[in-house]
Design a protein around this ligand. Sequence first.
Ligand code: HSE
Length: 400
Amino acid sequence: MKNIAIIGFGVVGSGVYETIKTNKEILKRNTGEELRVVKVLDIRDFPDHEEKQIFTKDFNDLLNDESIDIVVETMGGVRFAYDYTKQLLEKGKSVVTSNKELVAKHGEEFFKIAREHNVRYLYEASVGGAIPIIRPIACDVAANDIVEVSGILNGTTNYILTKMFLENDSYDNALKTAQELGYAEKDPTADVDGIDACRKISILMSLVTHRKIDSEKVHTVGIRNLTTEDLTYAAALDCKIKLIGCGFVENGKVSASVEPMLVPNNSPLSSVEDVFNAAIVKGNMAGTLMFYGRGAGMLPTASAVVGDVVDIVRNPGYNSAYEWGESAPENELAYEDIVAKFFVCIKEEQLEKAKKEFGDIEIINGVTGLGFVAPKMSIKELDEKLGAIGGAVSRLRFYR
Ligand code: HSE
């Protein structure tokens, strides 16, 4: 028998309870143990719950319960989750989390404590909901030099962009529906401004390089300022616009960024719609791999959380494959040094200057202005040229 506790009985926490209950026999077969949720910490009351006796508001009830080996932290946020996680690991309990903010901010600290106490800190559900991506990078693709990890890492914005692109829905209406469906975070700012995707690409690239990529320094642009004209340009270019978390390693330098990108329709990422996420991993031996599935939602996320629990029941001792250390800024590529192709929107009166700066450009006419594909160059060089023509109305990077 393995006793489990859950901290935070919201969407994901209750999904974890349901998964362990519904798949009791399968989990027993897969681990050789019966998994049982014996305590749930939440500040709210659940008087009608079938096991209301397992609920507590006192963290010490979990911390001091010697029978609990694994704690699932699905409360979100950093303040309490940080203290709880630290104390639990120090007490010799393994912790599984879906809390990307916490992993992105404090992962390296928790790995160190977990190592000292020979327990585990796992976070598969923090990126891509149900999609296996952390474990494949840590284990299955470990024989590779991983040169790229990028993809659609936020379900809410992908849902909104899909509704806008395919159904001509308005941004506001699509966001409201995403919230009603439980995809968006309580405060959708983190989704629509790219912060959620930023934490996820930071986690992935930290795992790839084993050095922390500080999410607060990652260049991040969300989807709030996209216009219907941008979508029209994208269609004319045979592309879709997707919010892409883009990570790569080139000449020993690591890059991570988040922004809406033009994804050509012949890229597998362009057909990833609705709340689905997809991550592309490129390894020097494996080639290109794509991981696809439901990136948000109660049971898909719970599936990843309980998968980590199963891993810990099978292998309870510390595993360095999942860790990273302090950041190494000297190994990071600045955003402006990325070399990329951009689509640039300008006003009609800027055209002659644009031709002088960018040479032979092919013009696409929009409703309020015009646009062109700038040749591949560093973002610094692009910005200098755009400065010389009086700035662009907008610019969109092509997915590499
Ligand atoms: N709000 C997140 C999303 C939830 O929409 O992807 C899953 O991390």
